[in-house]
Design a binder for this molecule. Structure first.
Ligand code: SAH
Length: 458
């Protein structure tokens, strides 16, 4: 154990430490002889008695045993299990401190990764009531004792912790999950057993329109059977009158991916609707839809403000999902082109244009990087390119195509500051200036950081 020489602590030792910083995930950081220790439920400035839990070559993990001093930014936790499950890693932090923490993270990556220190970073737009905001829940189903149980996995594991109140979800969704669970228990539906890939019900997903109250239930099962569906469906719709759609999604694979390829519509159609900034949207069980509706409206208003459209512009909205940003911008633009890779989302987007009588939009199904390269080769032009990619950010080919197309403005909606900063660095190299960044808190109590960046062509 040669490398142990440089590690100044050993498993199970007790130490008193002072928290100096927070990781991106919101864990406290303390150092012993320069060796960093990561500690859950620990805030900067606090003195804590910890027990060393795990040691690695360059950092370790410790458990808080006793807090000796408390930060003024500390608030009481709703439920310790939530930190254990990694659902709300910031629940012990006063909400205004969470908002500053998120702004600070963007500042850090802009300096460290993008090497820009002059971009204006605005204060994070937060919620008045930062709980009960999620319009979608995906809860795993396992057997605990003899009972089919719903809850959440312990962090980095698949051990189910039974839970009924999730606090950050729409309370109507929490109640719906309990009702679905109880009906499944009544009919002795078998919960999925991951170890030997037996049993059937893997996940219960509930989505609910914030403005419409329409509910969709997705039952993810291992096999196409759902015995006895003819009894379960009427029971579900009677217990939950808001339900407009019940879909069974079959996922026979042994992966962490929740949804499988096959879907069977058990009730209604594979869609429910909600509204955003006054427009109505159809959403299929496969389609992405932002989980925090009121904050999404704030986010889109920031996009509208940064876009400052006059009605003359050609706009490209890449990673357009069901077309929410596309249709929001269409009112003030000449034409908006959406690009989206998931076919059912593109179908939703086209239907949503019709539903809202919007005619100046076109949706292209395909990979954003391939479509943009093609369009730039064809010499197509745009005044504004909006992007809203998943966590991994943009492909270099996409960025090169934007630089080639040379729109006067680009708006980058990001859910991952690290990839945002990496991509902004490339855009700056390509002749753009990062003007300002507006963080919007879409995920209170969690460490996720969402932001909108305005870039202009030099
Ligand atoms: N702008 C939408 C969706 C953002 S989420 C909204 O605000 O609701 C990101 C979207 O990008 C998802 O719909 C996902 O299906 C899509 N996507 C992921 N990778 C993609 C790629 N390479 N090309 C095009 N779309 C992609």
């Amino acid at each position: 154990m040669k490398s142990n020489k440089t590690i100044p602590v050993q498993k199970n030792e007790k130490h008193t430490v002072k928290i100096e910083d927070l990781t991106r995930e919101g864990m406290g950081v303390a150092k012993i002889d320069g060796y960093p220790l990561f500690i859950e439920d620990a805030l900067p400035g606090e003195e804590i008695e910890v027990k060393i839990h795990k040691t690695g070559k360059s950092f370790g993990y410790a458990k808080s045993m006793k807090r000796l001093t408390s930060s003024q930014n500390r608030v009481e936790m709703k439920d310790e299990n939530f930190t254990r499950a990694g659902i709300t890693p910031l629940q012990h932090m006063h909400y205004p401190a969470q908002l500053s923490f998120k702004k600070q993270q963007i500042k850090n990556v802009m300096k460290r990764i993008a090497k820009v220190s002059d971009v204006k970073i605005l204060d994070t737009k937060g919620m008045t009531e930062p709980w009960g905001y999620r319009n979608k829940a995906s809860v795993p189903v396992r057997k605990i004792g003899e009972k089919l149980t719903t809850g959440f996995f312990r962090k980095n594991s698949h051990d189910l912790i039974a839970m009924e109140n999730f606090y950050i979800q729409d309370p109507k969704i929490d109640q719906a999950i309990i009702k679905v669970r109880d009906i499944m228990r009544t009919y002795n539906v078998k919960s999925y057993n991951e170890k030997d890939n037996t049993g059937n019900l893997r996940h219960i997903i509930v989505r609910r329109g914030y403005y419409t109250g329409e509910m969709m239930i997705v039952l993810v099962t291992r096999t196409a059977k759902l015995f006895p569906a003819s009894k379960i469906i009427p029971d579900l719709t009677e217990a939950l009158p808001e339900v407009v759609s019940i879909v069974q999604n079959v996922n026979p694979t042994r992966t962490n991916t929740i949804l499988g390829e096959e879907a069977i519509v058990l009730f209604g159609e594979d869609k429910y609707t909600d509204t955003l900034l006054g427009k109505t949207y159809e959403i299929s069980h496969r389609s992405f839809y932002q989980v925090n509706p009121t904050q999404t409206e704030k986010l889109y208003n920031v996009i509208l403000d940064f876009a400052a459209l006059t009605g003359e512009e050609t706009v490209i909205d890449a990673y357009s999902g069901i077309g929410t940003i596309t249709l929001t911008l269409a009112d003030n633009a000449k034409h908006v082109y959406g690009i989206e890779s998931i076919e059912p989302a593109v179908e939703n987007a086209r239907a949503n244009a019709v539903l809202n009588n919007v005619e100046n939009v076109t949706f292209e199904a395909g990979l954003a990087e391939e479509v943009m390269v093609e369009w730039s080769k064809q010499g197509r032009k745009a005044d504004l390119v909006v992007v809203d990619p998943p966590r991994k950010g943009l492909e270099e080919a996409f960025i090169d195509a934007v630089i080639e197309m040379a729109p006067a403005k680009m708006i980058y909606v990001s859910c991952n500051p690290a990839t945002l900063a990496r991509d902004v660095a490339l855009l700056i190299e390509g002749g753009y200036t990062a003007e300002k960044i507006q963080p919007v808190d879409l995920f209170p109590q969690t460490s996720h950081v969402e932001s909108v960046t305005l870039l202009t062509k030099n």
